[in-house]
Design a protein around this ligand. Structure first.
Ligand code: SAM
Length: 269
């Protein structure tokens, strides 16, 4: 077990659940396949359990921690970690343009901010070669869910549209101090190479997916009608794509959402 002193008590408001199981730490670094050539961004180094392992495996680690108290305590270990740059900042705002293309992201994310952090990382996806992230298991299951599954929804489509998502392994609450109330899982995220899309195209796609799932129990045509989409255009687009007009959002694959959006915006793919 990793010792959990002389650190201050965990700040639950900041999602501080610290890994204490060295086996899980090893498995995360292995899943990320970190090599001595890698630059790694770690979000939320906390007490440094993962940081220490990343420091041994990578060429350079940039560790962004929001809590000034933890940041100061980590700085005391700087001599052990000459290749770690400790930054005290909010990772939701920290500028990432300075990171080389191909940087790996490895993090045990604070649960209160895991979705916004993940989506910010996905927006910046051309910078990252891969991300290995610990999240609430329930969120990971939604990220990897396919059509027809009850947990398939906006999160699944938006994430799988831009990245390959793989659930690596489950992590029990017993592997943390303090113990979280829910189970966790590690997910690997591999950004896809996609044609360049404008901000408007991205936001049209997001609006369509959110509109489609806004009324899950209705057909896609009716759900989109309720979200102010033209019913005739949606019906015609579904018809042209060979998708049943009685389909619900949960029946469409990510590729079908992409084709539907292209049809509706007049640029069939
Ligand atoms: N990496 C450590 C580990 O595995 O033991 C700590 C993980 S803990 C789940 C999440 C960490 O993220 C905490 O240290 C917390 O203070 C930090 N944190 C919370 N919100 C943050 C933010 N917006 N930006 C950067 N760090 C944040």
């Amino acid at each position: 077990m990793v010792p959990d002193h002389p650190f201050p008590p965990a700040n639950k408001r900041l999602g501080q659940h610290f890994l204490i199981d060295p086996n899980i730490i090893r498995k995360i670094v292995t899943a990320a396949a970190v090599t001595p050539d890698d630059t790694v961004l770690e979000i939320g180094p906390g007490r440094g359990a993962l940081t220490a392992a990343l420091s041994k495996a990578a060429r350079r680690v940039v560790a962004v921690e929001i809590d000034p108290l933890l940041h100061r305590l980590l700085q005391d270990r700087q001599t052990e970690w000459p290749n770690v740059e400790l930054i005290c900042a909010d990772a939701l705002k920290y500028p990432t343009d300075g990171f080389p293309t191909g940087t790996a992201v490895v993090a045990n994310l604070p649960y209160y901010a895991s979705t916004p952090l993940l989506f910010r990382l996905l927006e910046q996806r051309t910078r990252w070669s891969r991300m290995v992230l610990m999240l609430q298991e329930e969120v990971v299951d939604r990220l990897i869910a396919g059509p027809g599954r009850p947990d398939y929804g906006v999160l699944s489509v938006m994430a799988q549209h831009v990245a390959e998502m793989t659930k690596e392994f489950y992590v029990s609450p017993h592997c943390f101090r303090p113990k979280p109330d829910v189970g966790s899982a590690v997910v690997s995220v591999r950004p896809k190479t996609l044609p360049d899309r404008s901000v408007e195209e991205e936001s049209r796609f997001g609006a369509l997916v959110r509109g489609a799932f806004a009324h899950r129990r209705k057909t896609l045509v009716n759900s989109l009608r309720d979200e102010a989409y033209d019913q005739k255009s949606v019906t015609a687009a579904l018809d042209a794509l060979g998708i049943s007009v009685t389909a619900r959002a949960e029946n469409l694959s990510v590729a079908q959402f992409v084709s539907l959006e292209a049809r509706l915006s007049g640029s069939p793919s």
